[in-house]
Design a protein around this ligand. Structure first.
Ligand code: PRT
Ligand code: ZN
Length: 286
């Protein structure tokens, strides 16, 4: 039997869709039937385990799965020995401390002696220690945001993304304990074959990520304006210039970064560029 890499991803929840989408963008198709515990990729040596996110760090540490996709918050809270390979750019959130909206708050010192409800006792304990705060940690597994309202705690430490859960529960964010996003993790003792498959996967991940940050740009320009226009486009090497049927005009093709995009477009127009097209790139291999 040829070697396979086993990846653990969240079975259902906030990271499930994006994890599957990322694999698909890497050209890996899996049959994600509902209620399945595992599935094989059709066209890549990958076996996918669908698990609760909380279990993923342990499975990867124990080598039941070779790699996994999990929130950094879960990885660090569980304190499992898995190697962090890549940040994946989705599942972004922060672990924050929040207090009732009308409570006075000047600094982290105000948390001294307070009761704090959280599902992240280890991360919170570490944070409080670093800040020299003594507080009582109440570990609860869900609906942390209601704890102050029912008198169970004075403050909470929970994940926040839009902030609307805090708002609807009359709470306000006062400190950030951790910034988090989904990460790719790996077992520390992969064999050579597994390591090679992981490297093929990482190669594809990089191509997908690079493509996301870049756009393909096409434009027409009068030949006499070409030197100025070319100087405005950073490009990968140098732009491709093709003559147009109309004499004295050329078509310029290149790649620009998403974040330089608006600035460059305006300057290109001012330099005489016309018919500018900016199109997404699916994969980019340098
Ligand atoms: O069943 P399983 O155990 O696998 O899933 P789960 O219910 O434990 O996790 P899930 O699916 O809710 O979250 C999975 C991961 O998504 C988390 O570990 C984070 O890494 C990431 N993530 C990103 C979030 C959020 N954003 C998020 N907003 N996880 C949870 N929330 C919750 C938060 O706890 C709070 O209740 O959403 C609420 C706050 O959201 P806002 O938008 O109102 O601020
Ligand atoms: Zn969970």
């Amino acid at each position: 039997m040829s070697a396979k890499l086993r990846i653990a991803i969240q079975k259902s929840g906030r990271l499930n869709d994006d994890s599957i989408r990322l694999l698909r963008e890497c050209g890996i198709e899996i049959n994600n039937g509902q209620q399945k515990l595992k599935a094989e990729a059709y066209n890549f040596p990958l076996e996918v385990f669908f698990l609760r996110d909380d279990d993923i760090p342990q499975y990867v540490e124990d080598g039941v799965a070779d790699i996994g996709i999990v929130g950094e918050n879960v990885l660090l809270e569980k304190g499992r020995k898995a190697k962090m390979i890549e940040r994946l750019g989705f599942g972004k959130c922060r672990l924050s401390l929040a207090i009732p909206r009308n409570e006075k708050y000047k600094s982290v010192q105000d948390l001294n002696g307070k009761r704090i409800a959280t599902s992240y006792p280890n991360l919170l304990k570490r944070y409080l220690k670093k800040q020299h705060i003594t507080a009582e940690i109440h570990e609860i597994s869900g609906s942390v945001e209601i704890a102050p309202g029912i008198g169970l705690a004075d403050a909470i430490c929970d994940l926040v993304s839009s902030g609307s859960t805090l708002l609807t529960n009359g709470l306000r964010e006062v400190e950030t304990v951790l910034q988090s996003e989904a990460v790719l993790v790996a077992n520390h003792n992969l064999n050579n074959e597994q390591q090679r498959i992981l490297e093929r996967l990482i190669f594809r991940l990089h191509a997908v990520r690079k493509a996301r940050h870049n756009k393909y740009i096409l434009l027409n320009a009068p030949d006499k304006q070409l030197p100025e226009i070319i100087s405005l486009i950073p490009g990968m090497k140098s732009p491709t210039i093709l003559p147009l049927a109309q004499k004295g005009w050329s078509s310029v093709h290149s790649v620009i970064q998403e974040d330089e995009f608006w600035d460059i477009i305006e300057r290109l127009k001012a330099a005489g560029a016309e018919g500018i097209l900016v199109v997404p790139i699916e994969k980019m291999i340098l």
